[in-house]
Design a protein around this ligand. Structure first.
Ligand code: FPP
Length: 243
């Protein structure tokens, strides 16, 4: 059994729209309730001393949603960052982002850069927001980065192993997720961290994201801790500590 706490939890926060529909509310009300769930989970991960939390806040595909919803999400993100800055600093949370930051409205980019800069020295939880993120784009970006390094003569194609390749991804410096949580019962990866989840443990709950609580987070972590991670080896090898 793996008793360690996950060093990196990644979350696909799904079901905000359904949460709102169940209450005859506009979709943005679901996202607003989703922000409260984000706040709780960030604080709990900081309290548990989890080193990394990555949240899938906005995918490249989400740009295709109605303009009103996209605009509302950008406002919520900006408000969250401004309102939470003090709490993030108090809890020693360091903010980082992955994805096409340049696609976001200028004011949101500005707020993000400001919080990233101010929190850069914090040594507690690293909170990574995936914004305008696509797992396939991340891999393509890494391929282009490695190809450029080869063309410059800085890298030999034979030296491109998993570690070198990872250093060209948006997530460079961040360990691969140990645990991936998805809410709302959907069992798919939706173009999230495709390369990075090679050996990640998945945990899915039927709860919609705005209803996700600290207790659900604890349940996910306890389930993770009860699983045996074999990384392609046999159970006997893992138990014997053989690598
Ligand atoms: C998925 O629910 C959720 C999103 C596309 C956005 C997630 C954003 C937040 C929780 C708020 C902003 C984030 C931060 C970090 C402050 P859905 O709309 O796809 O739900 P549905 O499948 O029920 O329609």
């Amino acid at each position: 059994m793996n008793r360690d706490l996950p060093a990196h939890i990644a979350i696909i926060m799904d079901g905000n729209g359904r949460w709102a529909a169940e209450r005859n509310l506009p979709r943005i009300a679901g996202h607003s309730a989703g922000v409260s769930a984000v706040r709780k989970v960030v604080e709990e991960c900081a309290r548990l001393k989890i080193p990394h939390l990555t949240l899938f806040a906005f995918s490249t595909e989400n740009w295709n949603r109605p303009q009103e919803e996209v605009g509302g999400l950008m406002v919520l993100l900006d408000q969250y960052l401004k309102k939470e800055l003090n709490t993030l600093m108090k809890n020693k949370v360091r903010l980082t982002t992955i994805g096409h930051l340049e696609d976001l409205p200028d004011n949101v980019q500005h707020t993000l850069r400001d919080v990233v800069k101010r929190s850069a020295g914090n040594e507690g939880l690293t909170l990574t927001l995936a914004l305008s993120y696509s797992g396939r784009d991340d891999i393509l970006k890494a391929v282009r980065g490695a190809a450029r390094a080869v063309m410059r003569g800085d890298l030999s194609p034979d030296d491109i192993g998993p570690e070198t390749f990872s250093s060209f991804l948006y997530t460079r410096g961040i360990p691969d997720p140990d645990l991936l949580i998805r809410t709302s019962g959907e069992q798919r990866i939706s173009n999230f961290l495709l390369w990075q989840v090679a050996y990640t443990e998945f945990w899915v709950t039927d709860k919609l994201w705005p209803d996700f609580s600290s207790e659900d987070l604890h349940e996910a972590i306890e389930t993770f801790r009860s699983r045996e991670r074999r990384f392609g080896m046999t159970s006997e090898q893992v138990k014997g500590g053989k690598t």
